[in-house]
Design a protein around this ligand. Structure first.
Ligand SMILES: [Zn+2]
Length: 331
C-alpha cells in the first residue's frame, strides 16, 4: 500500500518505468524519493498512466521460454547438449547454447533435457531449498504403509527411488538381495506393523490373483506359503491344459493355443488362431432350438442338465431363458 499522503511522481515514472524489472524500479524509486513502494502500487499506478515495461526486461519475461524445445525433434541440439552439459548452472549452459544456436533455453527446458537423459546433477544443492531429511527417516504412505528413506539421492533422476516401503526394505536386508522384479512382500499375519523378518514373505505377483480366488485364508507365514503352493499348482495345471495340442472345431486341424489365447482364456480355446483371424469361431453359426431348451428347463431340469442333454454350453441355455424373459416383458 502506498503510505497515506505520499504520491508517486508521475513524471519520474514516465521517464524511468520502462527500464529494468519491477524490483529495479523500486530500487531506483527508493534511491530517489526515500521510500519503497510495493510492486502492486507501482503496477497499478503505471497501468493508470498507460506505462509498460520493456518486454525483455520484465521479471516474468526473464524466465519465459523463447521457443518450444521439443528435444525429441531436435537431434542436433540434443547432441550438442550431451556434449556440453557438465552439470553447470542452467543459466551458464543457456549462455553457451545461445552462442551456438542463437536462441536461449530457459531453466525448465534445461531441466527437462536433463530429466529425459537422466543427467540431473546429483548430490549438490545450489539453490537452497528445504533441509534434507536424514537417511532412515520414516513416514506413512498414502495407503497406510510405512516408507523409509534409504539413500540421500535417488538413483533415477526425478524419481523417489531413495524411499522404500519399509517391509520391502526389511525383507531385502534380511535376505541380502533386492526384491525380484514382479514380486511383492506380504505381511503374513496381516499386521502392517509387524516387521519381524519371519512375518515378511515374498509373493510373486502372478500368484496374487489366483491366491485370492482360491478363497483360502492365511494367518501366518506357514499358511501363506501353503496357499501360495496351491495357487502355484493351479497356475501350472492351467498352463498344461492350455498348452496341450487340440483339434480346431472349425477347420479340424490340430493346433496349440497361441500365447495370447493362453493368457486371456480361462478355458482352452475351441478354435485355432488362423480361423479366428478369418472371423470364423466355433459355435458362432450353430443354432439351438431355444423353445426346446426352454421346454426342457420348464420340465424341471437344471440349466446344466439341459445343456448336457442338448450338447450345448450352459451359457446358451441361460441366453435362451433370458430371451424368454424379455419376450414376456414386451408382450
Ligand atoms: Zn481352425
Amino acid at each position: 500500500m502506498m503510505p497515506r499522503g505520499r504520491r508517486l511522481d508521475d513524471a519520474w515514472l514516465v521517464e524511468h518505468y520502462a527500464r529494468g524489472t519491477i524490483d529495479d524500479t523500486r530500487d531506483a524509486f527508493e534511491a530517489e524519493f526515500g521510500w519503497r513502494p510495493t510492486r502492486q502500487t507501482l503496477y497499478v499506478h503505471a497501468n493508470r498512466l498507460g506505462l509498460h515495461k520493456d518486454r525483455e526486461c520484465s521479471a516474468r519475461r526473464k524466465d519465459a521460454a523463447q521457443r518450444i524445445a521439443r528435444w525429441s525433434a531436435m537431434p542436433e541440439e540434443s547432441a550438442w547438449m550431451a556434449e556440453h552439459d557438465r552439470g553447470q548452472r542452467t543459466d551458464l549452459l543457456a549462455d553457451e547454447f545461445e552462442e551456438r544456436f542463437g536462441w536461449r533455453l530457459n531453466r525448465n527446458q534445461v531441466n527437462s533435457w536433463r530429466a529425459r537423459t537422466g543427467t540431473q546433477p546429483k548430490g549438490r544443492r545450489l539453490y537452497g531449498g528445504r533441509p534434507r531429511l536424514p537417511v532412515g527417516t520414516e513416514r506413512v504412505s498414502k495407503d497406510g504403509y510405512l516408507v523409509v528413506k534409504v539413500a540421500d539421492e535417488a538413483d533415477m533422476a526425478m524419481s523417489k527411488d531413495n524411499w522404500k516401503l519399509k517391509h520391502v526394505h526389511v525383507w531385502e536386508q534380511a535376505n541380502g538381495r533386492p526384491l525380484p522384479k514382479g514380486s511383492c512382500v506380504y505381511f503374513a499375519d496381516g499386521d502392517k506393523g509387524n516387521f519381524d523378518p519371519a512375518n515378511l514373505v515374498e509373493v510373486p505377483r502372478r500368484l496374487v490373483g489366483v491366491m485370492n480366488g482360491l478363497g483360502v485364508p492365511w494367518h501366518d507365514a506357514e499358511s501363506l506359503r501353503a496357499v501360495m503352493a496351491m495357487a502355484e499348482v493351479r497356475v501350472r495345471s492351467h498352463e498344461v491344459l492350455m498348452s496341450a495340442e487340440r483339434t480346431c472345431a472349425v477347420c479340424g486341424r490340430r493346433f496349440v493355443p497361441s500365447e495370447r489365447q493362453r493368457w486371456t482364456y480361462t478355458k482352452p480355446p475351441k478354435t485355432c488362431p488362423d480361423c479366428l483371424a478369418q472371423g470364423r469361431k466355433a459355435g458362432k453359426g450353430r443354432k439351438y432350438d431355444h423353445d426346446q431348451l426352454r421346454a426342457l428347463a420348464a420340465s424341471g431340469l437344471t440349466q446344466r442338465e439341459v445343456a448336457e442333454r442338448v450338447g450345448c454350453c450352459v451359457d446358451v441355455v441361460r441366453r435362451a431363458m433370458r430371451e424368454k424373459g424379455e419376450q414376456s416383458c414386451t408382450h
